[in-house]
Design a protein around this ligand. Structure first.
Ligand SMILES: NC(=O)c1ccc[n+]([C@@H]2O[C@H](COP(=O)([O-])OP(=O)(O)OC[C@H]3O[C@@H](n4cnc5c(N)ncnc54)[C@H](OP(=O)(O)O)[C@@H]3O)[C@@H](O)[C@H]2O)c1
Length: 396
């Protein structure tokens, strides 16, 4: 990154912080609609009065700065722009925001952090400085990075942000010994899952879950911000041609990720005839490589994945250290049975002190179930570090 200025946040006033916090709240409204772009908010302030504000509402639509400048019109001259991300400096779906800010005659720009996207990467701030605008960077940087952790994970780590979800009994089982699992959690928990599905790029399951449950994996009875593709990790192309995910693949796209060897099987053509996309991927110990698959999906701009199980696939994601959040519903029931599956199979860890820990967990009741949200901070810490911050980002 071409770092232009990143003074410590001590250089900013309490009022600066207030305006940036407002811009961050605005930015968040774009969640689920702007990806693969980042969420961005902008507040324009002149003489201690907000003269314009806006946020990036949807992919392809105007950026936050443009919305705020339109609102402010002539009052933008000499104003301070609080932007949650470095203004862009390149022609993408829309013209550069740095040019618009220069033309509007703003006097000062405060950005939360630089945009690591290669086409920007410090150039937006540099262009503003060259035009004589006072530029500062770093206000609420860790908070902004936490908000855009999915975008930053994709740009800096080359993989989508991974959200796991499962429902378990109080004794940690995700199904009975016969594989029966519908329904462990109650209607409020299921509605919560539909809302998650309605804002991610893809809902992912292992072939074991498809064979046992024949799920639809669609977002139902909620406001859908984007239609998630359904993705199946299926190393041997075992998915039945009459599976729900195959039969409905022309309405809601289905992608089957298999090994490079299985991608040569004749069944591939039969799946493709039915509208299913088959991706051949590198394998690891006989299974589809989780990392290789994630890199492949990130290269399509997919930013958020919701992995819904079952236990083997969830375990494989933990073993590969690519879990960013886990949303776990615990029902007040005991399933029992030594062979009944638990949420995380895979290899697991050898010692308790090596267990994955997310620090603080968020807990709330959903009907009779308890929802626990774990946010694993390692990647977020790496990406905020890459942006030049040493402070631990706030959990969003
Ligand atoms: N309570 C819940 O929230 C919940 C959610 C989902 C499912 N379930 C239950 O869980 C059970 C199914 O779980 P499961 O563990 O048997 O199946 P699973 O995790 O859905 O699928 C496992 C299969 O996925 C394939 N796979 C591809 N790449 C893999 C990788 N890198 N690592 C691991 N597996 C990979 C493997 O088959 P190949 O070797 O052929 O590739 C493997 O056998 C069902 O009873 C279902 O009802 C419960």
């Amino acid at each position: 990154m071409n770092r232009t200025s990143a003074p410590p946040s001590a250089d900013f006033s309490a009022q600066d912080r207030e305006y940036m916090t407002r811009a961050l709240r605005l930015a968040r409204r774009g969640r689920g609609s702007v990806e693969p772009n980042p969420m961005v908010g902008c507040v324009l302030v002149r003489n201690r009065r907000i003269v314009g504000e806006g946020y990036h509402r949807r992919f392809g639509g105007p950026h936050a700065e443009i919305e705020a400048l339109r609102q402010a019109a002539a009052q933008a001259r000499g104003a301070t722009a609080y932007v949650t991300l470095e203004p862009c400096s390149h022609f993408g779906k829309t013209p550069p925001c740095s040019d618009a800010l220069i033309e509007a005659g703003v006097g000062r720009v405060i950005a939360a952090h630089e945009d690591p996207f290669p086409a920007v990467s410090g150039r937006g701030l540099a262009a503003l400085q060259q035009a004589g605008i006072a530029v500062q960077c770093g206000l609420c940087g860790p908070e902004a990075a936490a908000l855009n952790a999915p975008f930053l994970t994709r740009v800096l780590q080359g993989r989508p942000y991974v959200i796991l979800k499962w429902a378990q009994s109080l004794d940690g089982k995700i199904a009975t010994r016969t594989g029966h699992s519908q329904w462990i959690s109650g209607p409020p928990a299921r509605c919560y899952v539909h809302r998650l599905r309605a804002r991610v790029d893809a809902v992912v399951v292992g072939i074991g879950t498809v064979l046992r449950d024949d799920p639809q994996l669609t977002a139902r009875d909620v406001r859908v911000r984007r239609v998630a593709r359904r993705v199946v990790f299926d190393g041997r192309l075992r998915i039945p041609l009459n599976a729900e995910l195959v039969r409905t693949s022309r309405e809601t796209p289905t992608v089957v990720i298999t090994t490079a060897a299985s991608a040569k099987l004749a069944k591939r053509a039969r799946l493709e005839q039915r509208g299913v996309e088959v991706l051949g991927c590198r394998s690891r110990a006989g299974k589809v490589s989780v990392l290789a698959a994630l890199h492949r999906l990130a290269s399509r701009g997919w930013t958020n994945l919701l992995v819904e199980g079952g236990g083997q696939l969830i375990g494989a994601f933990f073993d590969a250290s690519v879990v960013d959040e886990a949303h776990v519903f615990t029902a007040p029931i005991i399933i029992g049975g030594q062979s009944a599956p638990s949420a995380c199979a895979g290899a697991g860890v050898e010692r308790v002190d090596r267990a994955r820990s997310a620090g603080a967990a968020e807990r709330r009741n959903l009907g009779a179930d308890q929802l626990t949200i774990l946010r694993f901070q390692e990647v977020l810490q790496q990406v905020t570090h890459a942006l030049g911050f040493t402070q631990t980002p706030a959990i969003h």
